[in-house]
Ligand binder design. Structure first.
Ligand code: SER
Length: 724
């Protein structure tokens, strides 16, 4: 059976058994801040298991894209992958151990036709219940073994979440390929047994301290590795010899001129290049961009590791995209986004590869020198400073340096490296700090500030705290710079790219002109400003009045930013995602994923799209306290990597909506209030990230006025009519 047939057989079987087929979720676990990447089929179902959301059906089945970062350095051997597909059946409080065991057994023995005597079972050491069901189904005692927490307890994925004891099915490749020891059983280090299916009896929710509390209902989460099953079904010892990889391996061989299966070292490099090229295509296809942290760093690390191993094969130029392209063609019918975004994915791979290849040789020369020098030393440790320099100047991920070092019998001082990283962060913070207004005052004694500024622009409030130079005081008088906390406020504190409100606090005895507003970590809004008249005191009533004109300018730019994002996706494609934004009173800036300069024609088209929506004077509506799942179901755009609470604020423009975004900002009532949007610049701000700047309303009017004045002046100077 080919891999496509196995996938289909699995999903067909479980649909026949009344499981609802659910599409694979993204490799980016949206809305789950506990995870870097989706590493198991159950990730998208966590809220169901936890009882936080209701599933569409109690029986579900998927083929899920997965990525495991724990295995990156092991890729190259014959049994590790970073990217893989996991087939799974799930029961949300429906069937439990007996049902899961019966389904799995039926599928592997009847549907796939694997001989029963080739299948071995592991169970959690005290799980007599599971033992009983396996016996009942006909598995003899001697092929069932009991294991501890390390092998037969699964989860949580990430630092907290659902977990439970598990039971696995292993395939026996035969004594001949094993170690020959009489006590060789599943879990042995030798090649005899391959785990093909993991059945998790999900019963607990584990918190970050390791405490386990029972879930509302017991659930089933199973995972069958597609690539491994392909190896079994195609009678191969490793998935690299199956149809999943043979086109890819062949292409690496062809490009490098090395044949596969002749030399251990060459084979390893071929596998690394092949596997990693496939996995970077999937990461980028799901919206990951190369960066120096988080999942962007994982992408960078894997891509650069492929580049380095490719070099050892003598590969030149942009070979990763070539190989990725083979993988994408193979997988495109199952994951059409790979085909839809093919150019984007390949371009991004090329530009990242090119960037690294520019420094790769210099970096490698440097590393060779270091290895020679350190090799002669007693401790054989490459210093943190050197690892940092390779990282910072030459783009060598620290793990890559460590791997090359280990190949040469050396180690690296990772602690020292982290210290250097900290110093660099410190320098960056220092540079940033001069711009920041901070308050070192502790506000925990006060209730969180009530923000009522979505609906009103002024309100009556009371002063809870006044501080100057981070020290609290009972009052402040004319000329003093202070930070003030009120019980409630209409001032929007800087957040989500939208700048802070300014305005004035007016009391009976004095007034404070507010020029900045920030959130303190404790959920208090801190107003920064200067006492302009008289004095203000703690306990006094004030009227908190936001500068209305400025707030409206900001709202124009914010609502326009949403229209801009929608237009970008219409014109350039749905690979466009926001990576950053600034919403100021006099301009807006929007950063987004896109791998080529936006042409003038495209810019014009985008601008026209936005202005058309402005002229349609669409209504802007807000739904607050919405369940995140519901918002997503309505198609709301969320920020990659952003942590959202369970309930969110959803902003829609138009009905039917032309834009739906999760957003905490302040907006207009109707798009017509924007007036007009004019794009002022387009530029690159990093690999695969573009920036558009624009003006709206009064800012746009000013731009038109000044441009027209230039044309008038030219016309006069040249003595030519305007039209000419
Ligand atoms: N969550 C389990 C695993 O990843 C079963 O799917 O192995």
């Amino acid at each position: 059976m080919l891999s496509d047939q196995i996938r289909k057989a699995f999903l067909d079987y479980f649909q026949e058994k009344e499981h609802k087929l659910i599409a694979s979720s993204s490799l980016i676990p949206h809305g789950d801040p506990t995870l870097l990447l989706t590493a198991a089929g159950m990730v998208q179902f966590k809220p169901f298991f936890m009882g936080e959301a209701s599933p569409p059906e109690t029986r579900l089945t998927t083929c899920q894209k997965c990525f495991r970062t724990t295995d990156i350095e092991s890729v190259g051997d014959v049994d590790h992958l970073t990217f893989f597909e996991m087939l799974g059946n799930f029961s949300v409080g429906d069937y439990f151990k007996e049902g899961a065991i019966e389904h799995a057994w039926q599928f592997v023995t009847k549907r796939l036709g694997l001989p029963e005597e080739k299948l071995w079972i592991t169970i959690y050491f005290d799980d007599d219940e599971a033992f009983g069901y396996w016996r009942k189904i006909g598995v003899p005692n001697e092929r069932i073994s009991r294991h501890g927490e390390k092998d037969n307890y699964w989860g949580p994925a990430g630092d907290s979440g659902p977990c439970g004891p598990c039971s696995e099915i292993y395939y026996d490749f035969g004594k001949e390929v094993g170690c020959g020891k009489p006590d060789c059983i599943p879990g042995c280090d030798c090649d005899r047994f391959l785990e093909i299916w993991n059945l998790v009896f999900m019963q607990y929710d584990q918190d970050i301290n390791g405490n386990r509390i029972p879930l509302p209902k017991p659930n089933i989460d199973t995972g069958m590795g597609l690539e491994r099953m392909a190896a079994v079904m195609q009678d191969k010892l490793t998935f690299y010899d199956t149809d999943v990889f043979n086109h890819i391996i062949a292409r690496v061989s062809e490009l490098s001129g090395h044949s596969y299966g002749k030399d251990v070292k060459i084979d390893r490099a071929i596998r690394v290049v092949g596997e990693h090229s496939r996995s970077v295509a999937f990461l980028i296809g799901d919206g990951v961009l190369p960066t120096n942290e988080g999942r962007g760093y994982v992408l960078r690390r894997v891509l650069r590791r492929a580049a380095l191993f490719g070099k050892t094969l003598g590969l030149e130029g942009s070979f990763i995209s070539d190989i990725a392209s083979v993988a994408m063609t193979k997988m495109g019918s199952v994951y059409p986004n790979l085909i839809e975004n093919k150019d984007y994915i390949l371009n991004l791979i090329d530009s990242e590869e090119e960037k690294f290849s520019q420094t790769l040789n210099t970096g490698l020369n440097l590393l060779d020198g270091i290895i020679e020098k350190v090799g002669a030393k007693e401790d054989k440790v490459i210093s943190g400073k050197e690892v940092f320099k390779l990282y910072d100047t030459y783009g060598f991920p620290k793990e890559l340096t460590a791997e090359v070092a280990a190949d040469n019998g050396l180690s690296v001082d990772i602690g020292g490296f982290e210290k250097e990283m900290d110093k660099q962060r410190q320098r960056a913070r220092q540079a940033q700090k001069s711009k920041e207004v901070t308050s070192g005052v502790d506000y925990t004694a006060f209730a969180n500030t009530e923000f009522i500024g979505y609906d009103s622009l002024n309100c009556d409030a009371h002063i809870l705290s006044i501080a100057a130079d981070d020290r609290t005081q009972s009052s402040a008088s004319k000329g003093e710079r202070v930070s003030i906390v009120l019980d409630k406020t209409t001032f929007y504190a800087e957040k989500g790219g939208q700048v802070a409100d300014t305005g004035v606090l007016i009391g009976k005895e004095g007034r404070v002109v507010i020029d900045d507003t920030r959130w303190a970590k404790t959920d208090h809004v801190v107003h920064y400003g200067k006492v302009s008249d008289g004095s203000v005191s703690v306990g006094h009533a004030v009227s908190a009045e936001v500068d209305v004109e400025r707030r409206l300018h900001i709202a124009r730019n914010h609502t326009a930013t949403h229209l801009l994002q929608a237009a970008l996706r219409d014109v350039l494609g749905t690979h466009v995602h926001q990576t950053g934004s600034l919403v100021d009173h006099d301009r807006l800036r929007f950063d987004f994923s896109h791998n080529a300069a936006v042409t003038n024609d495209e810019l014009l088209m985008i601008q026209r799209h936005v202005n058309e929506k402005i002229r349609q004077n669409l209504e802007v509506t807000v739904e607050d306290n919405l369940q995140i799942e519901q918002a997503k179901a309505e198609g709301a755009m969320a920020l990659f990597g952003e942590k959202y609470g369970e309930t969110v604020r959803m902003l829609k423009v138009g009905d039917p909506a032309v834009s739906i975004e999760l957003c905490g900002g302040t907006h207009l009532q109707r798009t017509g209030q924007i007036g007009i949007l004019l794009i002022t610049s387009e530029s690159s701000v990093g690999a695969g990230i573009r920036r558009i700047e624009a003006v709206t309303g009064r800012g746009a009017e000013a731009l038109v006025e000044s441009r027209l004045a230039v044309v008038e002046a030219l016309s006069q100077r040249m003595g030519a009519p305007l039209d000419e």
